[in-house]
Design a binder for this molecule. Structure first.
Ligand code: ZN
Length: 137
């Protein structure tokens, strides 16, 4: 996948406070991807952590799918539909997991399942179901 580094930006101070306190490390605000300062600085460094590259791949998969579908339709469906939001997160995780599995890097599925079933994604799925789904991803 094409990674355009100019599309990646660090959280502003306000975003660091607002999203940081909610455990959000990165998100897409099309056409840009925002990451917390630590992750951003690691990504632009000469030797980035593969886990952070995995996060970049996750967010770029969102970008790719937004471009395919159209920004407004995507935002609308992502906002109102648990099923759509879940599908998009799993598709984005596929890109990340493939990269990490190829490097034999362990993926913390429990942590991801906790997030997918939590407030960040508006409780779109139960923890148990999320874990089963991630194990198949
Ligand atoms: Zn995502």
């Amino acid at each position: 996948m094409e990674i355009d580094i100019s599309k990646i930006k660090p959280f502003s101070r306000w975003q660091s406070f607002f999203y940081g306190s909610r455990g959000i490390k990165g998100f897409v605000n099309y056409p840009y991807i925002y990451f917390n300062i630590d992750i951003y600085e690691d990504i632009i460094s000469t030797n980035p952590d593969p886990l952070n590259i995995g996060m970049v791949l996750h967010e770029f998969e969102h970008i790719k799918r937004i471009e395919k579908m159209g920004k407004y339709k995507f935002i609308f469906l992502y906002s109102i539909s648990n099923k759509f939001r879940l599908k998009e997160e799993i598709e984005a995780d596929k890109a990340r997991f493939k990269y990490l599995k190829d490097l034999n890097i362990n993926i913390n599925l429990e942590e991801r399942a906790r997030k997918l079933s939590g407030i960040i994604y508006f409780w779109m799925i139960s923890y148990k179901k999320a874990l089963i789904l991630l194990q198949k991803t």
